[in-house]
Each structure stands twice: as C-alpha cells, then as structure tokens.
Design a protein around this ligand. Structure first.
Ligand code: AMP
Length: 282
C-alpha cells in the first residue's frame, strides 16, 4: 500500500493503476477509522479494481470553536486497517498541500448547504464540497463512496456532482451501528460511559418513529412529536434538530408517503452526534 503525501504522488500512483486498466474507487475520510469507514472500503473493493482512501482532517469544514484541534488523529492504526482491507493507495496530505497560500476558490451548494447540519454549522458544507471537489479532481475516481450516516452531506455532494458534471458515480453505503444501535462515529470517542448511554436516545427516537410509520402514521408533525418525546427522555442532551425532509433537497415534507429522510442531531457532552433513517415511498 502506497502512502502518498503530495498531490503529485497520488496522481502518479493513480495514473499507473489506470494504465493497468484499473477502475478507481475513492473513499474520502478524516481518519480515526472505525467499521463504518471500513464498510465503505469494502464496498469500494467490491465495485472497483483499485481503491484510493484519503485521510485528511479538513480545516475548511470546521468553524472556529469546533473540534478541529482535538479531532482524533490515529494515522498509524488507520493505515494498518486500510492495508488489511487491501487499499492500494492512501492519500494523506498536509493542509498546506490542499490549501496553498492564496487558495480562495470554494464550492457553494445553495441552498442545500444551509439545511440540517448546515444551518447549525455555517460554512461546514462549503468546506466539505470544496475539499471533495478537489479530491475528485486530484484522483478522478470512477466511483466515490460515502456513508448514509452523513445524509445531508450525501445530498450536498449528489447535487454538486450533478451540477458540476463530475464524471463519476456516487455510491452511498448504509450506516454501520454498534450492537446497541449507536451509529458509529469518530466522535463517539469523546463520550464517557454515561454519555454513551445517553447517546442511544438518537437511534431509539428514530426507531420509534420508523415503527409508527410501519404502523401507518404518515403525518410529519405527528411523527416529529413522537421523536421529540423520545429525545426528551434524556434531558441533559441538547437537541439541535429532529427533522423529516426530502432526502434530495433537505426541505421539510408534510408527510412521509413519498419517502423521506428522518434526521436527528444532538450535542451529548462534548460531542455533536447525528443519525438518520431513510423511509422508502409507501
Ligand atoms: P468522516 O471520517 O467522518 O468524514 O467520514 C468519512 C466517510 O465515512 C463519510 O462518507 C461518512 O459518511 C462515512 N461514515 C462515517 N460513519 C459511518 C457509519 N457509521 N456508517 C457508514 N458510513 C460512515
């Protein structure tokens, strides 16, 4: 497995793979890898004959006061895990390589970038879209793999790929959970044992709402009330949103009969956590 630190190195490695007729799968990450990330690598291995994973804690997607400085960095363990999964190339640039002095061009995905997490994290999706566009231009993958866990990110990136004509297919992989339902996240490391227990309320609220939909309830207001009631079982966590939206536009929908994304975000101790379920058209 080659570890490339520069754009020139990763481009040379990808050019060689392509000259061998390989189909390239890209898995962008910020490292601190867990089974959720590795499921994307496994999907990429299944779809593509070569896999490039990236590890880059992207400063542009963190607002001042967010957890950029303390975001977990476990580079050696990450590389060992990626090597075990059979990744061909890891691209792990320094911030200066991605953003040399004077780099000012950004990608704005209006108005989706300001919905859900974008509303509470202004500028976050501009940072995400910009770095992912750069990674697409650097690696030129045939397929790029993202997790459904970050549903708003998926909506932003789908729209970007469509609007800017990126010549690749986005593949969205299901959310990987701990046995007790907690969605895996690098930020789960921030939680104490007690906070981790409280954090289960996110998946519990989503499950309860999904159960009500299965029982025939379609009205969003009623379903949101159910979700909020479950979230209130853990009064010490701070709810950011509990929303029922169109998965493509992230706009609120009045009922779920044509399919919907049910998404929740909450601050649990030091961690801002998100989770969601997708409801298929009834
Ligand atoms: P991150 O390192 O948090 O930027 O995540 C990198 C990629 O892994 C993104 O596409 C995430 O959506 C995906 N991912 C993170 N957690 C999970 C999970 N629990 N299940 C599936 N994919 C995930």
């Amino acid at each position: 497995m080659l570890i490339a630190k520069t754009i020139a190195e990763v481009r040379a490695a990808v050019a060689k793979l392509r000259s061998e007729g390989k189909c390239i799968g890209l898995v962008p990450t910020m490292g601190a890898l867990h089974e959720g990330h590795l499921s994307l690598v496994q999907a990429a291995k299944a779809h593509c004959s070569a896999v490039v994973a990236t590890i880059f804690v992207n400063p542009a997607q963190f607002a001042p006061g967010e957890d950029f400085a303390k975001y977990p960095r476990t580079f050696e363990a990450d590389c060992a895990a990626l090597e075990r999964e059979g990744v061909d190339v890891v691209f792990a640039p320094e911030a200066e390589e991605m953003y040399p002095p004077g780099a000012t061009t950004v990608v704005e995905v209006d108005p989706i970038q300001d919905r859900l997490d974008g509303r509470s994290r202004p500028g976050h999706f501009r940072g995400v879209a910009t770095v992912v566009a750069k990674l697409f231009n650097i690696v030129e993958p045939n397929h790029a793999f993202f997790g459904q866990k970050d549903a708003a990110q998926v909506a932003v990136l789908r729209r970007m790929v469509r609007d800017l004509n990126f010549n690749l297919e986005l593949v969205v992989c299901p959310t990987v959970r701990e046995p007790d339902g907690l969605a895996m996240s690098s930020r789960n490391r921030y939680l104490s044992a007690e906070e981790r227990q409280s954090a289960l309320v996110l998946s519990r609220a989503l499950r309860r709402v999904a159960d009500r939909i299965a029982a025939g309830v379609v009205d969003s207001a009623e379903l949101i009330d159910t979700g909020l009631a479950v979230m209130a079982e853990e009064p010490e966590i701070r709810l950011d949103y509990f929303s029922i939206v169109d998965p493509e536009t992230l706009e609120d929908v009045d009922d779920v009969s044509e399919g919907a994304l049910i998404a929740v975000a909450a601050v649990v101790g030091p961690a801002r956590l998100i989770d969601n379920v997708v409801i298929a058209p009834l």
